[in-house]
Design a protein around this ligand. Structure first.
Ligand SMILES: [Zn+2]
Length: 448
């Protein structure tokens, strides 16, 4: 028996905070959560953790992560990361207080997931995107990590073997994001004109032809001519040529990627499985369309990402009206690296307006900040209450995706003992982590 005594217990139910409370763990279960501990209990405990001045929380459930399985990465089916990189990403998750992580690189096989689980104590869950159109979208932009075994896999088979969600459908690579800017557009320009251009010039071409929402109807000759001039491209590219290049390099894969949303939605509805989709300006319209297709649980991933704050708030309010829609707000990296997302304004707006049903970290090129850090800042700024914030990463996630964390996400008698001890009120400082009642990390270090 383990005794975590005398801390501030946040149970994860969205309401309950108990001061000077204790959690008793027996085997892999929570035996008791109480604020009037029988003093004799201490005599029987194998180990006592004095939590005075600390918080005791359920382990966080991070339902949106990339690169945490020895398998293909991203919606583009890119080559797997080196084993060591995967282990680093799993460690980063665990030490941030995430005791469960869902891999949303949907092309991995269950064998690859099980292989990874053998190497790490964090609970690894997985989503699947093994559908014909998703494969096609991947191959249109990359697909280098997709071997025969991946291509032979289906959503149905994955679900049978333990996958719990369809997703992540769509992503930056397949939806006209970075890949087009760095690679595909410059390559096409080189072929057509013999000239080298950089990614900023490529991005300007793309945005002038398709706009932020990637629409063919956005094209306006004068606008493109102006952009070519501004970016020093007018000497060797005409607006017509630019339009042609952008449509071929970008729109071709975007169209397929968006078709994959509809295909996945039909499958999710038929199989009654949660569906997780990439929600950003490029896919916004399709997300609305899919939200009306009757999917029982539709997770609109990182609904705060790449939109302006007003746009994100407005779009999310509309999206929430459809039954079954679950709004995810992603943390990204606005507190630490500040590379992908430099300020947390959109996340804070979601806290303030109560727009998020769940939160997750997303990837941010591996520099993601923790869910607890987002919660801590939201609470410090009085945008959200502590109990409510913690539920966004625990009970609410377990409810949104049945199967991701059965019997987890709450500090309650009979629940499985995934428990963390943190500083208080600085809950992002994680001091001890228990998974299934076993101490797996302490003071920023993995111990098993
Ligand atoms: Zn995404």
């Amino acid at each position: 028996m383990l005794l975590l005594k005398n801390g501030t217990v946040v149970t994860g139910d969205g309401k309950t905070i108990m001061e000077k409370a204790s959690v008793i763990i027996k085997g892999d279960r929570i035996a008791e959560v109480t604020d009037c501990l029988d003093p004799s209990v201490e005599n029987y405990a194998a180990e006592v953790f004095d939590c005075a001045g600390k918080a005791i929380l359920p382990g966080m459930i991070n339902h949106h992560q990339h690169g945490v399985v020895f398998g293909p990465v991203f919606a583009s089916g890119a080559k797997p990361y080196e084993r060591q990189r995967v282990m680093e990403l799993l460690d980063r998750n665990l030490l941030q207080g995430h005791t469960t992580v869902m891999n949303v690189d949907g092309f991995a096989t269950m064998d690859e997931v099980r292989e990874t689980q053998k190497a790490h104590p964090i609970r690894i869950k997985t989503a699947t995107t093994h559908t014909p159109v998703n494969f096609e979208a991947a191959f249109r932009c990359d697909g280098a990590g997709l071997e025969e075994k991946h291509q032979a896999m289906t959503v149905e088979k994955m679900l049978e073997e333990g996958a719990i969600c369809i997703g992540e459908v769509g992503g930056g690579h397949t939806l006209g994001g970075g890949g087009q800017d760095y690679l595909y557009i410059p390559r096409a320009v080189k072929k057509a004109t013999g000239r080298d251009i950089d990614y900023l010039q490529a991005r300007a071409m793309k945005l002038s032809v398709l706009g932020r929402y990637m629409e063919e109807s956005y094209y306006d000759r004068d606008r493109v001519a102006q952009a070519l001039k501004e970016h020093g491209l007018d000497g060797f590219l005409t607006p017509e040529q630019t339009r042609e290049i952008v449509l071929q390099t970008t729109m071709a894969s975007v169209k397929v990627a968006l078709e994959a949303y509809r295909e996945a939605a039909e499958l999710a509805r038929k199989l009654n499985v949660p569906l997780l989709i990439h929600n950003a300006p490029t896919s916004m319209k399709t997300v609305h369309e899919v939200a009306q297709m009757g999917v029982q649980r539709l997770i609109a991933a990182h609904s705060n990402y790449l939109f302006t704050t007003e746009e994100a708030v407005e779009n999310t309010k509309k999206l929430r009206q459809y039954p079954g829609v679950i709004i995810d707000a992603a943390v990204h990296d606005p507190f630490g690296a500040k590379r992908l997302v430099t300020v947390p304004d959109n996340l804070f707006a979601f806290f303030k307006e109560g727009l998020a049903d769940v939160i997750s970290t997303d990837f941010a090129a591996g520099s993601f900040d923790s869910m607890l850090e987002a919660m801590q800042h939201g609470v410090e700024r009085k945008l959200i209450g502590l109990a409510e914030a913690v539920a966004l990463g625990t009970k609410n996630v377990a409810g949104a995706i049945p199967g991701i964390a059965p019997n987890l996400g709450l500090l309650q008698k009979g629940y499985t003992a995934d428990v963390i001890i943190t500083a208080y009120p600085e809950i992002s400082k994680v001091e001890a982590i228990f998974i299934g009642g076993r101490l797996v990390a302490r003071d920023g270090r993995r111990v098993s």
